[in-house]
Structure formats: structure tokens, C-alpha cells
Ligand binder design. Structure first.
Ligand code: K7E
Ligand code: CUA
Length: 633
């Protein structure tokens, strides 16, 4: 790769918030309110009692959670705890969710990915990545709860480039952001980065019935820092793409050294070939996972040059056009998948790197669309238009996908159709179904990194801003602005009627081995120092409502909410025991506490459930353990 020291310094400075060409000071606060005042309000208004048309699932970044809002109202509806405890739903307190969280109390969710069938959302699952602790989680859209956390994924560090779901949810595809010495746990000096460190691309297999995830296979890569990816569709179905922002293989002062190359690489992965290679025994086991060395298994991995520290790489609904945002270059690079296939067939390679062919850039580039400064991510409306977020400019640019006319090709400025200001420094943007074969094509949400001064002051830690934009017309129209806690990255929008959420857990489906439904089946059983309670919660009491223990006892409570009425939720909070579990109608949860303190510890229902909710309480007593003296009496 050619190296240029010239561009990096200036553009890297420009990447700092507000130093770009559209400083927020130049936009008056009232600017977005002027155009057709009243109309946007009417279009986003969802009257009390009415429901939104779409769900918006947006990642909560390092809060570790996923937020659910409605579109077009942008009202926050609920929070789905995934990688961090959440007392509001008792997540992380009961044994089942504690086990899922394992040793970690946080995660960093960037990219939610909905499950698909034939390339469109099927409304079953939402997969999310954890950039921090190398995990992937599966949320069921039947109860909007986290059902599985897989990981830390072996041989992979920094799970940023996920969760990209294949057309029929065969896989959730995952890439390592960081390279480390492998297998994990091995020490090597970062000075020997090029030689000792490796990156990894992984196929997380999804069981078609249960959705259960397992690590299917991995592809070993040079120590490039893989960034964002997308799966192919239509003609490119079976393929996946990821950008790298560090094909320079810098291991220190990345800001300067990893931005030197004129071009980095994208990984072009034939995941069906990877799957076949593993079946044919062409992989080597490493930390329990079949790992493919692409130098030894041709046809699985190719590198494709992409200009200038790229970030997002997105496949359009037709599956033919692949748009990459080069952060340090004011263009979106558009690649033609047909040409990529032709180049691979003809072995039209410009070089190879560690045994992996590098596709000839000029052969596959369709054009460089001058979208503006700091292009990051691209989404599609299904009508032949693309929308690219411009971080530095604080703008969304709408442009026309190929095929282009000769006139347009001669001057690609002509394919830029519209630009709209967003506030400020946009990261991802999301269009309904924008990563599927059939986008809805009406709403776009701009997920901005900064909200500086656009809300009531809440002190120095300010929320992020999300802006709802109507994309049905020639010109984009700003409709609404909502705020959220730090820090959303990507999101998914799905039609509400594609999702079939349950309202209660049917009693018949409760498989918990210690569930009880009637007072006569409840009780307290002591076995040595183990005290096991089967309890029911019902308006407005706990049965039993007295539990007697002794210091040092291990107390286990299996509590069943026997209600079968919508929204009739009970919780059990035990005073000064750091214990709080919430049980939905028809649900059973298990909680464990070791009795380290003596005394009387009232417990109470935490969810306001009836007029006599306050009366829903009981006592946990803990007697001092017998001493030699008391035991003798
Ligand atoms: Cu652009 Cu992690 Cu997808 Cu954030 S990433 S913006
Ligand atoms: Cu049960 Cu409040």
C-alpha cells in the first residue's frame, strides 16, 4: 500500500468534534423548526392510547443495554437489560440471569441485528454484540428478554464487527476489533505485533429452531483491526464484508500511524466456503474452535483495497452495490459485487498479503461518490437511494446508487440528491429494514454523538441526540428530536406487526422444576444448612410470608408469580440483603442469599400491583449460629 503522511494530520484534526465545516454555532437553535412548522409535529404525534407503527431497537453502548422506542413518536418504551444488571426488571439478581452475566457487570453494545428469513426481518430474535468482553447475546422478541449470552468468544478480542445476520439467520457474523497473541492467555510483546498478533473472523452458528448460538468456525487474519461489516444478499448472499482501519498494523499511536495508508483493506469473505472447508476437515482446532488458515484454504478470504481508514461497509438491498465510508476521505466508495466475482474468477489480483489475494481495486470500484466530510455509515431506502452519515459535516447525504448515466459517471457530484443537517456529529443512521432486501423506505433515524445545548441542561454529562427524518420525499425532512443515555451506535427498525410479543408466560409453558401454583404446594424445607423455599406471589401476598433461618444458612427461594393477567408483575426486595427479583405473570425465578447477618429482614413487593400492594410483605428471620455454649444448653 502507498503511504502518505500528508492527509492524515489535517483530516485527523478535522475528525475532532466541531472542528469540521459545520460548527454548531453556525446553526441557529430555531433553524430546524422553521420549515413547515406544525406539520412534523402532526406526523410524529401518536395520541394517548394509540400505538406506534414501528419498533426502534437502539443499542445502549457501554450501558450494556438495548433501548426500545416507538416510531414515529420516538417515545422510549422499555429497556432490555443485556450485559449489565438492571434492578428495574431484577435482571442480574436471580440465579438464571446471574449465570448469563458470568463474571462481567458491563458490556458495550454497538450493533443490534434482527433475525431474518429470505433476507427480511422475521421478528423472532435480536442479536447484539459486546465490544468489551467479546460476547454476543440473543434477545427473544417473544418476551423482549435476553435468553443467551455467548462468550467470551475464543481467539477473538474486541467483538465490534457484529452482529451481522445472514439472510436466513444461519449465522451471526463477528469480527475481532483488536488483535492479540493466540491462543488467548499467551504473552507477546506488542512490539512484535506483526509477527505475534492475529485477528479473527467468526461464524456464530444459530440453531434454526431454538435460536441457540454456538461458535461455528473462525478464519485467522493478519493483525488488522476489523471495524464494521455487513452481510451480502441476493447475488452476494453467502458473502460478508468487513473494513479494517489498521492494515498498517500499527500497535501504538494509532491516530497517526494507522491513518498513513492511502488505502486499507476490506475483508471479502465467502462464508459458505468457510463452512464447507470446516466440513471437509480443512480447519485446525484452536481453543476448541475449528480455525481456517486462509493461506492454506483458498477461496475463503480475499482482501479488497478501500480508501482511507474506512469505517462502515454496507450492502444495498439488491446485493450488488457495496458502499464503504472512508473516514479520512470525503467520498463513499461504491464497489460492484459482479465485478468482484469477475475479478476473483479471472484471478485479477494486484498482490497478495500473507497468502490472501488482494483484489485489483480499479477492477471492482464503480465510483467514488463525493458525499462530504467524514462518511461513516450508509443505509438504503429500496428506491435506489443511499443515505450516508457524515460525522465531520454533521449531515446526512442522500445519493443515487448505480447504475449511473454516462453524464453522472463523468461528474458524480450529480448523484448527490440532498443533504440535511443533524445535530451533531452523527455516527450511525438507520432506515427501517435498511439492511434487508426490502427496506420500508419511510423513516430514518440519525444517531448523533453530541447533543450540545439542544436540551435542558443536565450538567456536564449530556445525553445523545437521535433525530427522526422523513425520507419519503425528494428532500429529507426533519421531524423530531429525542434524547437518550450514552451511547447508542446502530439500531434496527421493524414493523410492529412483524413482532408477536406475549403478554403473560402461559402456566402450561412454565418448565421451571420448582414452580408451584397453589398455596398447598409452597413451603420451607431445611436440609443441613440449606434452606429451600417454594413461594408464590399473588395479589397481594407472598406465600409463605415468613422464612426462618440461621446465620450461615444458604437460602434459596423459588418464587412463582401465579398471575395470568397482563401487566400483573410482582417483585421481591429483601431489606439489606442486596436482593431484588422481579417476576412476570406465569414466571418462576430462583434467588440465593447466604445469611451472613443476624436479625429480622423484612421483604416486600417492589412492583405496585394492587391497592394492597403496600401490604404485600413478609419477614426473613436470621438467628445467630449456635455457639459451643448455646449448643450445650
Ligand atoms: Cu460507527 Cu461501533 Cu458501528 Cu459507533 S460504530 S458510530
Ligand atoms: Cu405484588 Cu406489589
Amino acid at each position: 500500500m502507498k503511504k502518505s503522511l500528508l492527509i492524515s494530520a489535517t483530516l485527523a484534526t478535522a475528525l475532532l468534534p466541531f472542528s469540521g465545516c459545520n460548527p454548531p454555532g453556525q446553526k441557529s437553535a430555531g433553524e430546524t423548526k422553521t420549515a413547515s412548522a406544525g406539520t412534523p409535529a402532526a406526523r410524529t404525534y401518536v395520541a394517548p392510547g394509540d400505538k406506534d407503527e414501528y419498533y426502534l431497537f437502539y443499542s445502549g453502548g457501554h450501558s450494556g443495554q438495548v433501548y426500545v422506542a416507538g416510531i414515529p413518536s420516538m417515545r422510549h418504551i422499555s429497556t432490555i437489560p443485556v450485559f449489565a444488571p438492571y434492578p428495574a426488571t431484577g435482571y442480574g439478581f436471580d440465579e438464571e440471569s446471574k449465570k448469563m452475566l458470568g463474571d462481567y457487570s458491563w458490556g458495550d453494545v454497538h450493533h443490534p441485528g434482527l433475525s431474518k428469513k429470505d433476507g427480511v426481518y422475521d421478528g423472532r430474535f435480536l442479536f447484539v454484540n459486546d465490544n468489551a468482553n467479546n460476547r454476543v447475546a440473543r434477545i427473544s422478541l417473544s418476551d423482549f428478554k435476553t435468553h443467551q449470552i455467548l462468550g467470551p468468544i475464543p481467539n477473538s478480542s474486541g467483538n465490534h464487527g457484529s452482529s451481522f445476520v445472514t439472510d436466513n439467520t444461519e449465522y451471526v457474523l463477528v469480527a475481532s476489533r483488536f488483535s492479540v497473541p493466540l491462543p488467548k492467555g499467551r504473552y507477546a510483546d506488542p512490539k512484535d505485533y506483526e509477527k505475534e498478533f492475529n485477528g479473527m473472523l467468526s461464524g456464530i452458528k444459530v440453531d434454526p429452531q431454538s435460536g441457540e448460538m454456538s461458535v461455528g468456525w473462525q478464519i485467522l487474519t493478519p493483525p488488522f483491526d476489523w471495524d464494521l461489516g455487513s452481510t451480502g444478499k441476493g447475488p452476494s448472499e453467502g458473502w460478508a464484508f468487513w473494513t479494517s482501519y489498521n492494515t498498517e498494523m500499527a500497535h501504538e499511536t494509532l491516530e497517526a500511524t494507522s491513518t498513513q495508508g492511502e488505502r486499507d483493506y476490506a475483508a471479502v469473505v465467502n462464508w459458505r466456503a468457510a463452512e464447507a472447508a470446516v466440513k471437509e476437515g480443512k480447519a485446525t482446532m484452536l481453543d476448541g474452535v475449528p480455525v481456517i488458515d486462509p493461506a492454506k484454504v483458498p477461496g475463503v478470504l480475499y482482501f479488497m483495497p478501500v480508501p482511507k481508514s474506512p469505517h462502515g461497509i454496507d450492502t444495498d438491498p439488491s446485493g450488488r452495490w457495496i458502499a464503504a465510508g472512508g473516514k479520512l476521505q470525503p467520498v463513499a466508495s461504491v464497489f460492484d459485487f459482479e465485478k468482484i466475482m469477475a475479478a476473483i474468477a479471472k484471478k485479477d489480483f494486484e498482490s497478495e498479503f500473507r497468502g490472501v489475494p488482494v483484489i485489483r481495486y480499479e477492477s471492482v470500484l464503480e465510483g467514488s461518490v463525493p458525499v462530504g466530510l467524514g462518511p461513516l455509515h450508509t443505509q438504503f431506502d429500496g428506491r435506489g437511494n443511499a443515505y450516508t452519515s457524515l460525522y465531520i459535516e454533521s449531515v446526512v447525504a442522500k445519493w443515487k446508487l448505480p447504475p449511473w448515466t454516462a453524464e453522472e459517471k463523468a461528474d458524480l457530484n450529480k448523484v448527490i440528491l440532498d443533504k440535511i443537517d443533524v445535530h451533531y456529529n452523527i455516527g450511525h443512521l438507520v432506515l427501517g429494514g435498511g439492511d434487508t432486501k426490502k427496506p420500508y423506505g419511510d423513516y430514518l433515524v440519525a444517531m448523533n454523538k453530541l447533543s450540545k445545548g439542544r436540551h435542558l441542561s443536565v450538567g456536564p454529562s449530556q445525553p445523545e441526540s437521535s433525530q427522526l427524518i422523513d425520507v419519503t420525499g425528494q428532500k429529507m425532512a426533519m421531524l423530531y428530536e429525542a434524547f437518550t443515555e450514552p451511547e447508542p451506535h446502530f439500531a434496527q427498525i421493524i414493523k410492529a406487526d412483524t413482532v408477536n410479543a406475549i403478554e403473560v408466560y402461559p402456566k402450561a409453558d412454565n418448565k421451571h422444576p420448582h414452580a408451584v401454583w397453589e398455596a398447598k404446594d409452597t413451603g420451607v424445607v431445611r436440609n443441613g444448612n440449606k434452606v429451600e423455599v417454594k413461594m408464590i406471589a399473588i395479589r397481594s401476598r407472598f406465600i409463605p410470608d415468613r422464612i426462618d433461618t440461621q446465620e450461615g444458612d444458604e437460602l434459596t427461594i423459588h418464587i412463582t408469580n401465579v398471575e395470568q393477567t397482563t401487566d400483573m408483575i410482582h417483585g421481591i426486595g429483601i431489606i439489606e440483603q442486596n436482593m431484588n427479583v422481579v417476576i412476570d405473570p406465569g414466571e418462576t425465578k430462583t434467588l440465593k442469599v447466604t445469611m451472613t447477618k443476624t436479625g429480622v429482614f423484612p421483604f416486600y413487593c417492589t412492583n405496585f400491583c394492587s391497592a394492597l400492594h403496600q401490604e404485600m410483605q413478609g419477614y426473613l428471620t436470621v438467628k445467630p449460629a449456635p455457639t459451643a455454649e448455646t449448643a450445650a444448653k
